[in-house]
Design a protein around this ligand. Structure first.
Ligand code: SAM
Length: 384
């Protein structure tokens, strides 16, 4: 059997609850990717890991015991994931959240009867067959799609193709989320077709809009916040740079019989600055930008971007109004995000009070010892 051997520092990471062991803490590992037993440098068995010989993240802890990683093992893991998501009031959710669910590098999003999957490690690729069989046995989907068009696959020496893994997957899927419905685009949409992580926050914001009030959904994608806001608001502005997303947004509005959303194409930085000058105000503003920090090297620039967009958004919040602001950069930790929001508020000369600190829903579990699982953070503020 081909073992991997890790240094004391590597072993200490696992003991402290983080599943990754970097190249520099691996004494030896097999040449080929796969699932390997791991021992420390005194020969003590530590567990089984996904081993990616070309990646900086060389080992990812999969199982602490020596139980065989069989199709039945995968199915037991997926059943456990399914169990914890039973309270979700929607037909789309993240079914497997990688490290957050103890299944490193594996993303599975469920859109009604279809699954969209990402295998983000070379070792997981060796498990394609068992994973597909176990997903079918657990979720009984009509089809499974690989959305492998993500840059992290390149770091593992893997291709970036979008391919049907099994059955059929339609171009778009109707999703129900609370009382709102929208179309996800599994083959071509951003991420795996939609942003499932903000579901709870969308439901929450829908309830904060004053009846007949005004709302702005900034970085709206296909309007998933806007549709919730539109149920009580008199008028909603939904702003995004992607025409494709906005076109689907308009279809989503029609699907819900909603006519009070204006779809606006443009760069949020420019539009918000212009509206600030014009003195426009909204009772609710949502700011849900893309990840500005794609790597650790970009954190300082990202924080400047977050600060600027938040400063501009805060000017647009009417007295007594609400602001939800979020970041999905896992390189920006929650304390730094909160500090940035406070600085942006200070710069406006207005008083904002903290209503809620937000994270993702139960389908994106954030493990307290794995900061990378807590990529989505946000706050709801109220303007005086
Ligand atoms: C995190 S997603 C928003 C998700 C959305 N709020 C939801 O709940 O489905 C970020 C969105 O910002 C858009 N975007 C990126 N840069 C932008 C910019 N400079 N101005 C406006 N929109 C932008 C992307 O097209 C994408 O739809």
């Amino acid at each position: 059997m081909s073992w991997a051997t890790v240094s004391a520092r590597g072993a200490a990471r696992w003991a402290a609850g983080h599943p990754w062991i970097y190249r520099s803490d691996v004494v030896s590992n097999p040449d080929a990717p796969g699932i390997v037993p791991v021992r420390d440098n005194r020969g003590k068995f530590l567990g089984q890991a996904l081993c990616s010989p070309r990646s900086e993240i060389r080992l990812r802890l999969l199982e602490r015991s020596d139980a065989p990683i069989s199709p039945a093992w995968w199915q037991a893991q997926f059943e456990r994931c399914r169990e914890r998501r039973q309270t979700i009031d929607a037909n789309a959710w993240r079914a497997v959240h990688a490290e957050g669910d103890g299944l490193p590098a594996l993303i599975v999003d469920r859109y009604d009867r279809w699954l969209v999957v990402q295998l983000l490690s070379a070792a997981l690729e060796t498990q394609r067959g068992p994973i597909i069989d176990a997903l079918r046995a657990t979720f009984h989907p009509d089809g499974i799609l690989f959305r492998h068009d993500v840059p992290t696959r390149k770091l593992e020496g893997l291709d970036d193709t979008v391919e049907l893994a099994w059955g059929n997957v339609p171009e778009r899927v109707e999703v129900r989320e609370g009382d709102v419905r929208w179309f996800a685009a599994p083959w071509t949409g951003q991420k795996t077709g939609a942003f499932l992580d903000q579901r709870d926050n969308r439901l929450l914001m829908g309830g904060l809009v004053p009846a007949g009030g005004s709302a702005l959904d900034c970085f709206a994608y296909h309007g998933s916040f806007a549709l919730h806001l539109a149920r009580r608001a008199g008028a909603v502005a939904a702003l995004d740079v992607s025409q494709e997303a906005l076109a689907r947004g308009a279809e989503n509005a029609a699907l819900n019989g909603v006519t009070n959303i204006e779809w606006i194409g443009g760069d949020a930085f420019d539009v918000l600055a212009e509206w600030g000058k014009d003195g426009r105000r909204f009772d609710v503003v949502v700011v849900d930008p893309p990840a500005f920090a794609k790597s650790k090297a970009h954190v300082a620039a990202a924080l400047r971007g977050y600060h600027e967009i938040n400063r501009r958004a805060m000017h647009l919040v009417a007295p007594g109004g609400w602001l939800l602001t979020a970041s999905c950069s896992f390189h920006v930790p929650r304390p730094q995000f909160l500090e940035m929001v406070a600085r942006a508020a200070a710069g406006t000369g207005r008083r904002f009070t903290l209503h809620r600190i937000l994270g993702p829903g139960v389908d994106h579990p954030e493990v307290i010892t794995i900061p990378e699982t807590g990529y989505l953070k946000g706050v709801i503020l109220r303007a005086d």
